[in-house]
Write a new protein. Structure first.
Length: 217
């Protein structure tokens, strides 16, 4: 489960509480990584620390879609990746986004961002957000996403109805992954994985069950 620039891995704790007890969950820390390769290495390392048997389902939100798609593309040949679920994905990090994050970090220094929607401290600090986006600046997952489409990897794209930026990103991701199923989450806002973890988990569960149904499991 891969967080985006706005959140920390702790956001997944409340989500994973609704998963079956036999599931193993890995939520690597992606802040502080220098580039996409380093983010991928963090995911590989953390997976290696957990007794986990394939298949693996990858879940990501926001800019976490970039390392998520990269991880899936790198491991397609292994047969271990069963599916990819993206919520409000951003498949590219623009210079403008990095510039805005740097400005916010300069103003707020290393202070924490406003308390997250779940009322807890699962939002990343402003400096963390800027560093995360800078690590991915210039990366575009369009070609990698097309590789997933060519391999017919099951993909769900979720878009919060009241998150304009997230909705735009989700539509862009759908263009390069036409095999993906698109779902608009009614009344949901940005960071709904934080303030509605049970609902988010229910979508993950439904996705996993759909994969099993397609394969007769």
């Amino acid at each position: 489960m891969l967080h985006g620039a706005r959140q920390t891995p702790d956001v997944w704790r409340a989500v994973s509480d609704s998963f079956p007890s036999e599931w193993a969950v890995v939520a690597p820390q992606l802040h502080g990584r220098k580039n996409l390769d380093a983010m991928n290495a963090a995911s590989v390392h953390d997976l290696g620390q957990v007794l986990m048997q394939p298949p693996i389902v990858v879940v990501a939100t926001g800019t976490g879609a970039v390392p998520a798609i990269e991880f899936c593309a790198r491991n397609l040949g292994s047969g271990d990746i069963a599916g990819l679920l993206l919520a409000e994905p951003q498949i590219a990090v623009t210079p403008a986004a990095v510039h805005a994050a740097r400005l916010a970090a300069a103003v707020h220094k290393d202070r924490s961002a406003p308390r997250s929607a779940d009322g807890k401290f699962t939002n990343a600090r402003y400096t963390q957000r800027a560093s995360y986006l800078q690590a991915l600046q210039g990366e575009s997952m369009a070609q990698r996403a097309e590789e997933l489409a060519a391999a017919s990897l099951p993909v769900w794209i979720l878009a919060a109805q009241k998150d304009r930026q997230g909705m735009a990103g989700a539509r862009e991701a759908q263009k390069v992954m036409p095999q993906a199923k698109f779902f608009e989450i009614a009344q949901a806002q940005a960071d709904w994985n934080a303030y509605a973890p049970r609902n988010f988990a229910a979508n993950v569960l439904e996705f996993v069950h759909s994969i099993g149904a397609e394969h007769g499991a």
